[in-house]
Design a protein around this ligand. Structure first.
Ligand code: BV8
Ligand code: ZN
Length: 241
């Protein structure tokens, strides 16, 4: 079963943590997930950060260490290849903050939930590349060198607005494609909005939708025209060879 990409087709890909799993990055939910047993919607939120900033810094510090040690996998590289074939008729929307798509060479990427390797000051709002702030045991909370404000990872937490330009760019891409839109969601459990609602927009404009997942979640898979069970690192290179 392969994607049918024709003259007028526009391809939008949504990725989640499952696409990074074969690089060795833990996913969130399910067996051994990062957030297993944690009420993550409470913790990864502005309120959670206010109450226990050190817990959140330890959580993100651990993920920064992990993300530095891993490499993009065949799934990431397949998406770079698709972008090179289609150019403007390709758009990658990722929920992942690990930066692996960008390191693989993807350019047309919308980083919906922010960047793990960026830090933002909660006071002066400056953002900088930072892969080394971890909050080691016993260390104090990381503070801004300019204004001493408390620093935070530059990611979008639950209850925080997404960058509205990103959402506008996605809907413009989809509207322009109309029924020529091909939408592929890979490695996401479809539980987090607004990303999880994209497939419903595709269905409204009679685009074609595909879900790639090792264990496609029932409630999400039912909203796709095609469901391909398998690892994204193996399926994506074959889906449009
Ligand atoms: C927003 C931060 C407007 C970075 C994340 C009530 C009150 C408040 C809000 C809400 C509400 N009801 C709904 C909402 C909206 C809320 C939401 O969706 N809640 C859910 C839980 C119901 N969303 C928000 O708050 C968003 N903001 O809506 O603003 C607003 C504001 C206030 C009030 C209302 C609305 C902000 C959402 C962003 C949250 N931040 N992360 C970070 O730490 O990474 S989300 C987090 O989950 C990650 O970003 C992650 O990417 C994302 C989704 O998870 P997945 O990527 O899908 O990963 P998961 O582990 O779940 O699944 C992996 C899948 O891969 C599995 O299916 C597995 O089978 C598969 N898999 C595994 N291995 C492989 C594989 N597949 C293929 N190959 C493999 N090898
Ligand atoms: Zn500052």
């Amino acid at each position: 079963m392969e994607l049918r990409i024709e003259e007028k087709s526009c391809l939008c890909v949504l990725t989640g943590a499952g696409v990074s799993a074969e690089s060795g990055v833990q996913t969130f939910r399910g067996q051994g997930g990062l957030w297993e047993g944690m009420l993550i919607e409470q913790i990864a939120s502005p309120k959670g950060f206010e109450q226990t900033p050190s817990l959140l810094w330890r959580f993100y510090g651990k993920r920064r260490r992990m993300a530095k040690r891993v490499e993009p996998n065949a799934g990431h590289h397949a998406l770079v290849e698709w972008e090179q074939r289609l150019g403007e008729r390709f758009l990658l929307v990722t929920q992942n903050v690990d930066g692996l798509h960008q390191r693989a060479g993807s350019k047309r990427v919308i980083p919906l939930h922010g960047h793990l390797m960026e830090t933002r000051c909660t006071k002066c709002q400056r953002v900088f590349f930072d892969e080394n702030t971890y909050m080691e045991e016993g260390e104090g909370l990381p503070r801004c060198q300019e204004c001493r404000g408390l620093l935070r990872p530059n990611v979008v937490w639950f209850g925080e607005m997404l960058d509205k330009h990103y959402l506008e760019e996605i809907s413009e891409f989809m509207k322009a494609a109309g029924e020529h839109l091909v939408f592929v969601a890979a490695g996401t459990s479809g539980q987090v909005y607004p990303a999880a609602g994209l497939v419903d927009e595709v269905n409204c404009m009679r685009g074609k939708s595909w879900l790639v997942d090792v264990d496609p979640p029932e409630f999400y898979a039912g909203r796709f025209n095609h469901v391909v069970r398998g690892k994204s690192g193996e399926v994506l290179p074959k889906l449009w060879p």
